[in-house]
Design a protein around this ligand. Structure first.
Ligand SMILES: NC(=O)c1ccc[n+]([C@@H]2O[C@H](COP(=O)([O-])OP(=O)(O)OC[C@H]3O[C@@H](n4cnc5c(N)ncnc54)[C@H](O)[C@@H]3O)[C@@H](O)[C@H]2O)c1
Length: 403
């Protein structure tokens, strides 16, 4: 019989992991402090939208190998997939969820288990926020439990495919922990499994997102310069990318999603004096929504009606986490503009939502904030006589640039 695995945290990452493990033959107990999540899983339903998840959760539930509970129970393997947000003012990682998760499993450990931390975490978290927390509560377990850090790299929208197919880092605190971690992931991953030290694995996960943040900041900075000089930044980037060793990303209204806009801070906070580039990138990306508002002010200095196209942090999804589009809308409202929000991927939001054409017809200024496909075929005549702040390069023809 396969081992019993307890997955703590049944969110965007934890529930797919739990369901994949159940399909691989493990007996899986999913733990979540949110009773609505537990209830939904125990009805065979996935509480959030994600490709393939409704079918997989239904199948895992029907197989009898996946159940959900609100407190951990004894198992051979524990996987912690808990939130690690950043404090928006201090920019410190909030490790309280991981610490609470470690405390909750400490009560049911017997010795001999493997504990896996999957949450994106500052360097040292597996040792300090998991192992030390457990050992402080259960000193008799010192040296008797294996700990491994194995970061999650999947992207919402394609989580299942990526969770199975992506290469994975496995960083145990001891060679035995790494070997056990390798065996766990080998049972369902088709990607390459890469051994690392625990702290290396923690750092690599952060570096991946910090690298994206810096690259996007470069594109966002270029967009400001090109705007000032009357150049089409998308064409500049397209042409520069013909160079065999240049690959510039696309600008936008900032950086969103709860990884790229958050994870660089974990590195910065651990070496503030050594990270001017990463800090500057954060500044450039965080400032972009405010630049968007300045552009609206130039187009409508004495106020007016503004159509904001898109709230999601990337095209064709409904995910608003850390979205710079939301930030731009909030600032415009605060500045007294009458804002008409268009978000075809949501049915309700904190403000009324409008249809694309109605919002554009009503507006003095149109702001593109998310490059949703649904915005592409806007009737060009509707933009005549209006101001346009096109942060995603959707209506470049408006400024006389070639599409
Ligand atoms: N979502 C992504 O795209 C993504 C990608 C890669 C890595 N990550 C990382 O994975 C980790 C988890 O992210 P997520 O998106 O799945 O988070 P999430 O917010 O979707 O889910 C976390 C779940 O944990 C539950 N929870 C909180 N405290 C708990 C506790 N003490 N015991 C049991 N359950 C508890 C919450 O109720 C929630 O359901 C984070 O560190 C994140 O940075 C996320």
């Amino acid at each position: 019989m396969m081992s019993k695995v307890c997955v703590v945290g049944l969110g965007y990452m934890g529930l797919p992991m739990a369901a994949i493990l159940a399909r691989a033959g493990y007996e899986v107990v999913g733990v979540d402090i949110n009773p609505r999540v537990v209830e939904s899983v125990n009805c065979g339903e996935c509480p959030f939208a994600e490709t393939g998840m409704p079918e997989l959760v239904r199948e895992a539930h029907a197989s009898g190998r996946l159940k959900a509970v609100t407190a951990p129970e004894a198992a051979e393997v524990f996987v912690l997939s808990l939130p690690t947000p950043v404090d928006h003012v201090s920019h410190e990682a909030d490790m309280s969820f991981v610490v609470a998760g470690a405390q909750s499993i400490a009560a049911v450990l017997k010795g001999g288990e493997l504990v896996v931390l999957e949450s994106t975490s500052p360097i040292g978290a597996t040792r300090c926020d998991v192992k030390d927390v457990i050992e402080a509560l259960r000193p008799e377990l010192v040296g008797k439990v294996d700990y491994v850090f194995c970061p999650e790299r999947a992207i919402p929208g394609n989580t299942l495919k990526e969770m199975i197919g992506n290469d994975r880092l496995v960083g145990g605190l001891t060679p035995q922990a790494t070997a056990r971690g390798m065996a766990l992931y080998k049972s369902f991953c088709t990607g390459e499994l890469l051994e690392a030290s625990t702290e290396e694995a923690e750092m690599v996960k952060l570096v991946e997102n910090a690298s994206r943040d810096v690259q996007i900041a470069f594109a966002n900075e270029l967009s400001l310069v090109c705007d000032k000089l009357g150049l089409d930044v998308w064409n500049v980037i397209r042409l520069a990318n013909h160079h065999p060793r240049v690959n510039i990303l696309n600008p936008g209204p900032g950086v969103g999603g709860h990884c790229i806009a958050v994870d660089p801070w974990f590195i910065v906070k651990q070496a503030p004096e050594l990270t001017p580039l990463m800090q500057a990138a954060r500044g450039v990306n965080d400032n972009k929504p405010h630049w968007v508002v300045e552009k609206v002010k130039q187009a409508a200095p004495s106020g007016g009606k503004v159509a904001c196209l898109g709230l999601a942090y990337k095209p064709d999804v409904d995910d608003l986490r850390e979205s710079p589009s939301v930030e731009a809308v909030h600032v415009l409202v605060k500045q007294g503009y009458e804002v008409y929000v268009v978000e075809p991927h949501l049915t309700t939001w904190e403000m009324p939502l409008y249809g694309l054409e109605d919002a554009v017809k009503n507006a003095d200024v149109v702001v593109t904030l998310t490059g949703h496909s649904a915005f592409r075929n806007l009737d060009r005549s509707l933009l005549e006589g209006k101001g346009l702040v096109d942060t995603v390069g959707m209506y470049r023809w408006f400024h006389g640039f070639m599409n």
